[in-house]
Design a protein around this ligand. Structure first.
Ligand SMILES: Nc1ncnc2c1ncn2[C@@H]1O[C@H](COP(=O)(O)OP(=O)(O)OP(=O)(O)O)[C@@H](O)[C@H]1O
Length: 475
C-alpha cells in the first residue's frame, strides 16, 4: 500500500484519539494538518509556535509512539509552524522545526533554553534561546489613526499620540498616559500610535502588551527564576505600550519590576505609552513613586464624544462596512448612546444584523427597539454580587452557602458557575473574582472556568444550568 502524509497522519490520529481525553484531542490535534511525507519524515502544520511548544511538552511521547507504529523506529516528525504576521497583515509564513531528536539541531531551532557562554535573554513571546531576538509588536493594524476619528473629546490625546508617533522618545510626552472611561478608544489609540511608529520608523522595536499579560509573564518569570531575563527583555524595547495599567493596582511585585523597566527606558530616551481607565490621581493601590512617574509626561483624557463626533464615527463605520442607512436613524442612535463608542458601534451592528437576518428594513422603530436594549443593558451593571445572588437563587441556596468552604458537589458547581459568569460578564481580574467569591485564589477561578467549559460540553444537565443562567443574565 502506498503511504501518504494523509494516511499516515490519519492512522496516528486514530491511535492518539484512543489515548487522550476527547477535549484535549479536539484542542491539540484536530487543528493539525498533515503536509508532506518524505522517507520516514512526516511534516505536519501547526497553527502557532505556542501550539508547537505545547505539543512538544505534553504529547511528544505519544506522538513518537504513534509515528513509530506507522513509519518504524527511525520515524521523524517535522513541525511547520503557520504564523500570522501580527503587524501589517501580510502573508502567513511558516517555520520548520524538527521534533524530538534534537541532538542535531541548531540553537535557533531548539525550544528549550540552551546554556551558552554569552548571556542570553529569554523573550516571553518567542522561543527562548534564539540569538537574534525578533520582537513581534503585537499590534492590531486595524486600529490606526485613519479610522480614529477626531473630535473635541479626543483632540489632545490624538494630537499628542501623533506627536509621539513622529518622534518616539523625543517629545516631552513621555510617558504618554491616555485615560478615560470604558469603550472610549484607549486601546484603539494606543495601537494607532504603535502602528504609526512602525510605519514611520520600521527599525524601532515596538511592543504592545496588556497590563494583565505583563503581570502574568512577570509571575511566570519569578516561578522559573528568570526575573532578570524578563527585565532585560523589556529594557530592549524602543516603544513600550502597556494597556490598562490600573490592573497593576495592589500588585506590588509587578509595580516594582515595572518601575525598574520604566526608569531604564525613560533614561535611555525610549518611549512609554500607557492607558488607564482612571486619571493618575484616582488610581488606587499604585505606589507613589510609580504614580509620580506616570505624571512626568502628559496625561491626556479621552472624554465622551460629542454629538458631531458620534455622528462621524457612525458614518465612518457604515462607510467602511459598505452599508447605507437613513440619516434620521443615524441621528437617533447618536442622540441616544452617548458615553461609549463601543456601544455606539454595537448598536449599528445589531441594526444591520437584525435587518438582514429578518429581512426587515432598517426603520426608526427597529432602531428604537435596539437602542432601548442597549441603553437598558448598559444601565444595569452586572456586578459579581449580582451574579452570586442570581446563581444562589437559581440553586435555592443563600450566598453564604455558595461562598462556603464545603466540597458538596452541587455547592461547588454553583460556586464554579458564579466564577465562570463573573469572568464572562465583568472586567474583574481572576484574583479579584476569587477574593469576592469565597476568598479563593486566581488559580481556583481559572480551574472553575475550565471545569464549567468542559462540563458544559459533556454533561447535559450542566449545560442546561449554563443556558438557564445565561438567559437570566440577558434579561
Ligand atoms: N474616535 C474614534 N473613532 C473611531 N472609532 C473609535 C473611536 N473611539 C473609539 N472607537 C471604537 O470604539 C471601540 C472601543 O474602543 P477601545 O476598545 O479602544 O476602548 P477602550 O477605551 O480601550 O475600552 P476599555 O474600557 O475596554 O478599555 C473600538 O471598536 C474602537 O475602534
Amino acid at each position: 500500500m502506498n503511504l501518504t502524509a494523509e494516511s499516515v497522519w490519519d492512522n496516528c490520529l486514530d491511535f492518539i484519539k484512543d489515548n487522550i481525553q476527547p477535549q484535549a484531542y479536539k484542542t491539540w490535534f484536530e487543528p493539525i494538518k498533515s503536509i508532506k511525507l518524505t522517507d520516514n519524515a512526516l511534516s505536519i502544520q501547526v497553527p502557532s509556535k505556542f501550539f508547537y511548544e505545547w505539543l512538544e511538552e505534553h504529547y511528544v511521547k505519544l506522538l513518537k509512539v504513534a509515528l513509530r507504529r506507522e513509519l518504524g523506529e527511525n520515524a521523524k516528525l517535522i513541525y511547520i509552524i503557520k504564523m500570522e504576521n501580527t503587524y501589517g497583515n501580510k502573508q502567513p509564513f511558516t517555520e520548520k522545526i524538527p521534533s524530538s531528536n534534537r541532538a542535531n539541531l541548531q540553537p535557533q531551532e531548539l525550544d528549550v533554553p540552551v546554556k551558552k557562554k554569552s548571556p542570553e535573554l529569554k523573550n516571553p513571546f518567542i522561543i527562548p534561546g534564539i540569538r537574534n531576538i525578533k520582537i513581534e509588536s503585537q499590534l492590531n493594524p486595524n486600529y490606526n489613526f485613519d479610522n480614529f476619528l477626531e473630535g473635541d473629546s479626543n483632540r489632545l490625546a490624538r494630537s499628542a499620540g501623533m506627536a509621539v508617533a513622529n518622534k518616539p522618545g523625543g517629545t516631552s510626552f513621555n510617558p504618554l498616559l491616555i485615560f478615560g472611561g470604558v469603550g472610549l478608544g484607549k486601546t484603539h489609540l494606543a495601537h494607532a500610535i504603535g502602528v504609526e511608529i512602525k510605519d514611520k520608523h520600521p527599525d524601532k522595536t515596538v511592543l504592545y502588551i496588556s497590563a494583565e499579560k505583563f503581570t502574568q509573564q512577570y509571575i511566570e518569570s519569578v516561578k522559573k527564576n528568570t526575573r532578570n531575563d524578563f527585565i532585560h527583555f523589556y529594557q530592549l524595547i524602543d516603544v513600550l505600550i502597556i494597556d490598562d495599567v490600573q490592573f497593576f493596582s495592589g500588585k506590588s511585585g509587578t509595580q516594582d519590576v515595572f518601575f525598574h523597566i520604566f526608569n531604564h527606558l525613560h533614561q535611555n530616551g525610549k518611549q512609554v505609552i500607557l492607558t488607564s481607565d482612571k486619571a493618575p490621581v484616582d488610581m488606587q493601590d499604585i505606589e507613589q513613586r510609580l504614580l509620580s512617574r506616570f505624571k512626568w509626561g502628559l496625561s491626556a483624557e479621552l472624554q465622551n464624544p460629542d454629538y458631531e463626533t458620534r455622528i462621524s464615527i457612525l458614518n465612518n463605520k457604515l462607510y467602511r462596512d459598505g452599508v447605507e442607512m437613513p440619516e434620521e436613524i443615524i441621528e437617533y442612535v447618536a442622540q441616544n448612546i452617548k458615553t461609549n463608542v463601543r456601544e455606539l458601534e454595537g448598536a449599528v451592528i445589531s441594526l444591520i444584523a437584525q435587518s438582514s437576518f429578518n429581512k426587515k428594513e432598517v426603520t426608526l422603530d427597529l432602531a428604537k427597539q435596539i437602542v432601548e436594549k442597549f441603553v437598558k443593558n448598559t444601565k444595569r451593571e452586572v456586578s459579581i454580587d449580582y451574579i452570586q445572588k442570581v446563581i444562589s437563587d437559581y440553586f435555592q441556596m443563600d450566598v453564604e452557602t455558595l461562598q462556603s468552604k464545603t466540597r458538596k458537589r452541587h455547592i461547588v458547581q454553583a460556586r464554579q458557575l458564579a466564577m465562570f459568569f463573573a469572568k464572562k460578564y465583568t472586567k474583574a481580574s481572576l484574583a479579584s473574582i476569587g477574593s469576592q467569591i469565597g476568598k479563593r485564589d486566581h488559580a481556583t477561578v481559572l480551574h472553575a472556568c475550565k471545569t464549567v467549559d468542559n462540563l458544559g460540553e459533556t454533561d447535559k444537565q450542566f449545560k442546561k444550568y449554563i443556558e438557564d443562567l445565561t438567559k437570566k443574565f440577558a434579561q
